[in-house]
Every structure is written in structure tokens, then in C-alpha cells.
Design a protein. Structure first.
Length: 129
């Protein structure tokens, strides 16, 4: 399953040379993950309020390949690599006109608000298998 999310590079995303500041790629892929989860029909606010469960970023391995610039139109692609009872591994890429500018291997886990890990919600596991 492939999810795509569109991002426009704004001036605030760039440095003085008009190049996207490196930390903003992490923001772009976070927005794409939130949109992907919403598209699966999962309400993260309700999950937190009703079940006390949130998604936590456990690990990111990032590869910066080329620069995005002010006013570029980017596409963030998200693919599920694997899912287990407690861990969700994703591959995400930021592309401009089909060229990969940034890629990341992302590991998410579910956590209770009390700080203890828990199983991923059944509704998520069911929808990504």
C-alpha cells in the first residue's frame, strides 16, 4: 500500500540560500504519516482520549540525497515495511518530479500515556496487513 502526500516548500522552510533546512524533511514525513493514519480511518485524538494510547517515534534512519528549494512541489510517499504486535516500520521518501531527495526508515511503537509500551491498536494492524 502506497500513500502519497503533497507538500509545498515555503520560504519559512528554507535557509538563506533558499534550500530546505534539513530538519524540515522530518516535519514533512511526520505530516504524511498523520495524513496516512487519518486516511486509514483512525482518529488519533480519540485513540489518545479513549484508550490512552499514542504513537511514538522510536527510530529514524535518514538519507539526504538532494536539496529541495523554495516553492518546490514535493510528494511524500509512505509504505509499510512491516508490522508486528508492538512495532510499525515504514519507508518514507520525499520526491520532486519523481527524483528522491530524502528517504527514511521509520519505526513507530504504541505507548500508553503512562509511558509504558503497548500493542499497536488492532484497527491499525488489521488495516495495514
Amino acid at each position: 500500500m502506497l500513500h502519497e502526500f503533497q507538500v509545498r516548500v515555503y520560504y519559512e522552510d528554507t535557509d538563506m540560500a533558499g534550500i530546505v533546512y534539513h530538519a524540515n524533511y522530518l516535519k514533512y514525513i511526520e505530516r504524511a504519516r498523520s495524513d496516512w493514519v487519518r486516511g486509514l480511518g483512525i482518529d488519533q485524538n480519540a485513540l489518545r482520549e479513549d484508550d490512552g494510547v499514542v504513537f511514538v517515534l522510536r527510530r529514524v534512519e535518514a538519507d539526504f540525497r538532494a536539496s529541495a528549494h523554495f516553492d518546490d512541489e514535493l510528494t511524500v510517499q509512505t509504505r509499510v515495511q512491516s508490522v508486528s504486535g508492538v512495532r510499525l516500520m515504514l519507508h518514507q521518501e520525499v520526491l520532486r518530479d519523481g527524483e528522491t531527495l530524502f528517504s527514511a526508515e521509520v519505526t513507530l511503537v504504541a505507548m500508553h500515556l503512562d509511558g509504558h509500551p503497548t500493542r499497536l491498536p488492532e484497527q491499525l494492524r488489521r488495516r495495514v496487513h
